[in-house]
Ligand binder design. Structure first.
Ligand SMILES: [Zn+2]
Length: 71
């Protein structure tokens, strides 16, 4: 699975799980995110929550827009 990366103002990069919207890991080096991404397992309660909310697409498009605005 591909995990989108979100760059923060302080230069660190968050790895976000697109299924459960958890922040898997945060690091100043994107290469360091690979290992926790591989080990990530979605938490069932998160999946259930976001399926009900159906907010995945909304959340993501909003997040991308915020990123561009702050860049
Ligand atoms: Zn997940």
């Amino acid at each position: 699975m591909q995990y989108p990366h979100r760059r923060n103002r302080d230069g660190s990069v968050d790895s976000i799980c697109p299924r459960c919207i958890a922040t898997i890991a945060s690091s100043t080096r994107e290469a360091d995110l690979k290992c926790p991404e591989t080990a990530h397992v979605c938490e069932p309660w998160r999946l259930a929550y976001f399926e009900v909310e159906n907010s995945l697409v909304t959340w993501f498009s909003r997040s991308v827009r915020d990123n561009r605005a702050s860049a």
